[in-house]
Write a protein that binds this ligand. Structure first.
Ligand code: GPP
Ligand code: MG
Length: 291
């Protein structure tokens, strides 16, 4: 049999799986008021949830209450979550350091880290629209020399090996395989660097993924991992946990308020509350050292 060149040529490997294309489609189309209206307040656009006690007076009738106050309160709680994550990146970060934001969305987290430490930040998102939006925001703030967003795959960033003092995923781990993700963080982080994630995970002590967890997966096209898998995958990839915090009780007030924010609800609010309350789902902070 004669083997032709066509037969021996390497099979073409798509740089992006069909799944990843569907995820990118979601984020390229996403315009939820709960993200855009909150972000508009101070041009910090987040794609994560909130933590902390709610000021319930925003729900009162009368002067000084109403939709705008609820919007501002939800944004305050999301901002508190972003600040908690940033505070874990390592107190000794300096303006010459670089940090990596895996699954950066519209860019808020990298801006928060830059404002706190003066550091360089590289954010990566699979959505072209999000990367363009985030870069425009950085340009408007005049920080585009230090904060840059890239339309790339967080599993294969092409960024410089060992160049990063800290890195994180803020609610973006559920879109990828953890072994591949942590291998890329371990490659990018210098020895002694810090990795932080805030994530929703399913609770091994409950069993497998509950109905509510499955509904959340369907809503966002994601695949929520069990809690145990984080620690297994970190251990396999030179990431050693130094701090773990269950934020479930801290995020429930955010969801209770969001459920009552008629102008902002997306329909997933009750599912989150049920998932947290029935113990099948947990909101977790994990901080690890790259060894
Ligand atoms: C929030 O994004 C986070 C995700 C979609 C990832 C899934 C997170 C889990 C903890 C399961 P968003 O801010 O765009 O969502 P929403 O539009 O609902 O506010
Ligand atoms: Mg949101």
């Amino acid at each position: 049999m004669t083997i032709t060149n066509a037969e021996t040529a390497a099979a073409s490997v798509p740089s992006q799986s069909t799944y990843q294309t569907r995820v990118a489609d979601y984020w390229n189309a996403e315009e939820n008021p709960v993200n855009l209206e909150l972000g508009k307040i101070d041009d910090l656009y987040h794609h994560h949830y909130g933590i902390g006690a709610v000021d319930r007076s925003v729900l009162d009738e009368g002067p000084g209450s109403g939709p705008d106050r609820i919007t501002a309160e939800l944004h305050r709680l999301e901002q508190a979550q972003a600040e908690l994550l940033a505070s874990q990146l390592g107190g000794d970060l300096s303006p010459t350091d670089r940090v990596f934001d895996a699954g950066c969305g519209r860019g808020g987290g990298s801006v928060v880290a830059h404002l706190r430490y003066g550091c360089h930040a590289d954010g990566v998102t699979i959505s072209r629209k999000q990367a363009d939006f985030a870069n425009e925001q950085a340009r408007k703030r005049g920080i585009d020399d230090k904060v840059r967003y890239h339309h790339r795959n967080m599993l294969d960033t092409g960024l410089e090996t060992g160049a990063y003092a800290a890195s994180w995923n803020n609610e973006s781990t559920m879109y990828v395989e953890l072994d591949l993700l942590f291998a890329e963080h371990a490659r990018l982080l210098r020895r002694g660097g810090r990795y932080v994630t805030i994530t929703g995970c399913y609770n091994d002590a409950y069993g497998r993924a509950s109905r509510e967890v499955s509904l959340i997966n369907a809503h966002y096209i994601c695949d929520i991992h069990p809690r145990s898998e984080y620690f297994r995958a970190m251990a396999r990839n030179r990431l050693v946990p130094v701090h773990v915090q269950d934020l479930t009780a801290d995020t429930i007030p955010y969801w209770e308020l969001r459920q009552q924010a008629g102008h902002l609800v997306t329909g997933i609010e009750k599912t989150f509350l049920d998932a947290y309350r029935n113990g099948s789902f947990q909101y977790l902070l994990i901080v690890a050292d790259r060894v």
